[in-house]
Design a protein. Structure first.
Length: 513
């Protein structure tokens, strides 16, 4: 155990004194909470006499001891509320130990307490709880960071360092309660999508996280070993191939909110463990799926913000339908002035060089086009925009375009300069799919570490017949960033992946009280 600070030593001494007084600092009994701070402050009406028998609990975030009477502030899951505590009312008999010793001297900020009482308004006009009973529910042994404002109005000991906030999210949620809204809005986003898809009759399913072959995306996997089976398994990079097996099996609409894993770089837009929703619907195509994406994301914005317009950094993004559309080649020509639609691999390499884009010699034609688009176009697309009709080399799981040779029926939605979803008219020709997989194997031999593997069982499933199908994947973390105006993907993931913490390093928590 790390060396204790002076404050931690004092808290442990207080803990022992409480135990010595015969009080359990971690009582096992249920505490019957029936009210919350935000509800009381919003709905209390003295003339109606409501909230007169309330039971609430939370962390003690401040206390002002004034002889026989004191004020404390409790923070519960909804916010803070003031509590008035009178010694003779919480200790009606002769024994005043609970107040004179425990509350005045042995309780610390951050301790969980429970209060029973009635609601009233103080002389200063603050809605408060007049306590008739006070219970210690859990002793806190580490001090919370407490912001101090100096004479010049400068704040000190704020818990604002991003690394510490992500490592100690449990502290972040306590001392920066605004972060709770981010995750409540994220939950609203999930609920909106799930309700929308359920109302359409689609089936929510679960597919394997550990897979003998990874597929469904171009990415490097994490791998592990199953001891009993003595085989290598991969953590899924996507769940596409399993969901399409269910379409083969006759389920016409399936979706999954899935944790996926990609062994790639980390940035404010990338976490190795991330969440996406994938949806597959039989007898539909990518044009139909574009309309669905517009509709469901517009609904998400409305449910969270009450408006289709969302402030994201310096941009006001409007999700009202319809969204702008470019083909990939149109977008590249629009932003670079160069038409690359008829270029071969050598010409594309030369074009990239002229545009000052470094291209790895291992990359094939599709990846070069993707690099040009990513470097010159993506960041320019702030308002939600569909990019459609990708080169076949970039999309080994998408159906060839019905009228444009060399392209596939695929779209991505780009918003605030980043992809938020990817969708296809799904390839359901097993012979064509085998050829695409074999092309991917050749790219792998050239050194492309993100090339797909050949999945014989998936090909066998396709040979049984898969109906025309539209497929979609929406990155939930990136969409949450936009909907909550968050600057980093780590801000919308409770516990993002971090480097190992240096031994003995614990900055931030434990500020001065």
């Amino acid at each position: 155990m790390a060396q204790l600070s002076e404050q931690e030593i004092v808290r442990r001494q207080n803990l022992q004194k409480i135990i010595d007084l015969g009080i359990n600092p971690y009582p096992p009994e249920l505490f019957p909470v029936n009210a919350y701070a935000a509800d009381i402050k919003r709905d209390f009406k003295p003339e109606e006499g409501n909230f007169q028998d309330v039971v609430l609990a939370g962390r003690m975030m401040s206390n002002r001891v004034m002889g026989k009477a004191s004020f404390a502030e409790i923070q519960d899951t909804t916010g803070r509320i003031q509590v008035y505590i009178n010694r003779d009312q919480i200790c009606p008999g002769e024994d005043k130990t609970l107040y004179d010793q425990v509350f005045k001297h042995l309780l610390d900020l951050g301790d969980f307490i429970g209060v029973k009482g009635y609601t009233f308004i103080t002389k200063t006009g603050e809605i408060s709880i007049h306590a008739s009973e006070l219970v210690l529910l859990s002793k806190s042994l580490k001090p919370l960071p407490v912001v101090k404002i100096d004479a010049d109005g400068v704040a000190h000991d704020e818990f604002k360092d991003p690394e510490q906030r992500y490592r100690q999210r449990y502290v972040d949620l306590v001392v920066n309660p605004g972060i709770r809204k981010v995750f409540r809005d994220r939950t609203t986003m999930y609920n909106t999508m799930r309700n929308y898809l359920n109302q359409k009759g689609y089936l929510e399913v679960e597919t394997p996280v550990l897979q003998p072959l990874y597929g469904g995306a171009a990415a490097r996997p994490f791998k592990t070993h199953h001891n009993t089976l003595d085989m290598t398994l991969y953590m899924r990079i996507a769940n596409e191939l399993y969901l399409k097996r269910l379409i083969v099996g006759g389920i016409e609409g399936v979706y999954e909110f899935s944790k996926d894993f990609r062994n790639e770089g980390m940035s404010r837009f990338h976490n190795p463990e991330f969440t996406q929703v994938e949806l597959y619907v039989a007898y539909k195509d990518y044009e139909w799926m574009m309309n669905l994406v517009e509709e469901v994301i517009e609904k998400v914005a409305l449910d969270i913000h009450g408006d289709t317009k969302v402030q994201v950094g310096d941009h006001l993004i409007d999700f009202k339908r319809p969204w702008k559309r470019f083909t990939m080649f149109e977008a590249i020509q629009h932003f670079t002035g160069i038409d690359i639609s008829e270029m071969d691999e050598a010409q594309l390499r030369e074009t990239a060089k002229k545009l000052n884009i470094h291209i790895d010699g291992k990359l094939g034609k599709g990846k070069i086009i993707d690099e040009i688009f990513g470097d010159k176009c993506e960041a320019q697309l702030i308002q939600p925009t569909f990019i459609t009709d990708y080169p076949v080399e970039m999309s080994p799981l998408a159906k060839k375009h019905r009228s444009k040779p060399g392209l596939v029926e695929r779209f991505e939605a780009i918003c605030n300069g980043k992809e938020i979803c990817n969708a296809f008219s799904e390839l359901n020709d097993p012979i064509d799919q085998r050829e695409r997989f074999e092309e991917q194997l050749e790219l792998g031999k050239r050194g492309d570490e993100e090339a797909m593997m050949l999945d014989e069982d998936f090909l066998r499933a396709l040979e049984y017949g898969m109906p025309p199908t539209a497929g979609l994947g929406i990155g939930m973390d990136r969409l949450a960033m936009i909907m909550t105006n968050s600057n980093s993907i780590q801000d919308v993931i409770f516990f993002p992946q971090m480097k190992p913490e240096a031994q003995g390093k614990e900055q931030g928590a434990g500020g001065k009280e």
